[in-house]
Design a protein around this ligand. Structure first.
Ligand code: OSB
Ligand code: MG
Length: 367
């Protein structure tokens, strides 16, 4: 594929409500976007790194730096297709979110040229996907129940709440009391240690779908030990960074469900490999979220329509997070989002909204 360069930019998107997790409170998203530019085509990539390195080691300024200093110069040798991106960048360690965003931009360009959708490319089998919603840590239980009630009214088919020590058993008990059968799961974002096993076992009373990433990202063996002490299934998020690490975690018994986030694992192509590894091992997967804009949301919806995605993902309507989405809103119907079928992502930014939200922009030529 002939590309002349990449336009890097940052967009600042205010959130409709602050999103609190065990690693902090977000009031807006500051998202690095990449536009791959060719003679007769362009493609969009979105980087899921946060501003601070608190979910993973990557962070937005670092993403721009590593792309500009190392990744784009390396790609200047030629980009035959999207598959070649991760191969060309493989000498560089880590920085999977940055690599994923570049691959996404090139893949979007390639698919637009071929008039093929992300869904078709990845192996989609559904034309719509059920929506789950991730609910942040709240100031009080009544406030939590208000938010959950609103999301259930809107049609969300699965609730996930963020937990941390001091905000775990009682919020779960309160939701279960009011909604005895709503599909419910919790996400700890590494906030516990193995010493909390007996405390976490109290969650076994509430028929949860899973508990997500209770322990440190490097503590895969700890998760395997914890799995032996809980009935609630353990689902890894942060710990799974590749198909190889997924295979290892499955073999160790550290995870019986996997949250797949394309950014965390280096891109949509590796995400599909994890899906395949999980499926071969009988492990259900679901599509995680990083409070994406409508661009990566489109690609996540496509990914979530693969056969192994048998649980609702953190795939929500734009309105869950944003008043104004850069692509125009993804709107939920009866608890589902429709899988985009247009070329590439099937959506693109609305120019005026994009310019409005852009805080920084830079053209990086290839060669
Ligand atoms: O662990 O799933 C997570 C957001 C930022 C960082 C980590 C996580 C999340 C979410 C967002 O839970 C869910 C969504 O995008 O819908
Ligand atoms: Mg998570």
């Amino acid at each position: 594929m002939k590309l002349s360069g990449f336009e890097l930019r940052r967009v600042q998107m205010p959130l409709v409500t602050p999103f609190r997790t065990s690693f902090g409170i977000q009031t807006h998203r500051d998202i690095p976007l990449i536009r791959a530019v060719g003679e007769d085509v362009e493609g969009w990539g979105e980087c899921v790194a946060l501003v601070d390195p608190v979910y993973s080691s990557e962070y937005a300024d670092g993403v721009i730096d590593v792309m500009t200093k190392f990744f784009i110069p390396a790609l200047a040798a030629g980009i035959p297709d999207a598959v070649s991106v991760s191969h060309t960048l493989s000498p560089f360690k880590g920085h999977r979110m940055a690599k994923a965003a570049l691959e996404m931009a090139v893949l979007d360009a390639e698919l637009r040229l071929a008039a093929r959708s992300f869904a078709r490319e990845l192996g989609s089998i559904h034309d719509k996907v059920p929506c789950g919603v991730s609910v942040g840590i709240m100031d009080s239980i009544p406030q939590l129940l208000d938010f959950v009630a609103r999301y259930i009214d809107e049609g969300y088919r699965r609730i996930k709440i963020k937990i941390e020590p001091g905000w775990d058993i009682s919020p779960v008990a309160a939701i279960r009391e009011r909604w005895p059968s709503i599909p419910l799961q919790v996400d700890a974002n590494t906030a516990y240690t193995l010493a909390d096993a007996r405390h976490l076992a109290k969650l076994d009373d509430f028929d949860l779908l899973l508990i997500e990433q209770p322990l440190d990202e490097e503590d895969v063996l700890g998760h395997a030990e914890l799995a032996r002490q809980l009935h609630t299934p353990i689902c890894l998020d942060e710990s799974i960074v590749s198909a190889a690490s997924a295979a290892a975690a499955i073999k160790l018994g550290a995870t019986s469900v996997i949250n797949i986030k394309p950014g965390r694992v280096g891109g949509y192509l590796e995400a599909r490999r994890i899906h395949d590894v999980a499926q071969a091992n009988g492990i259900p997967v679901w599509c995680g979220g990083m409070v994406e804009s409508g661009l990566a949301r489109a690609a996540n919806i496509a990914l979530a329509s693969l056969p192994g995605f048998t649980l609702p993902g953190d795939v929500s309507a734009s309105s869950r997070f944003y008043v104004q989405d850069i692509t125009g809103p993804w709107v939920m119907e009866d608890g589902y989002l429709t899988v985009p079928t247009g070329p590439g992502l099937g959506v693109e930014p609305i120019p005026e909204i994009l310019e409005d939200l852009t805080t920084w922009k830079r053209w990086v030529p290839l060669g």
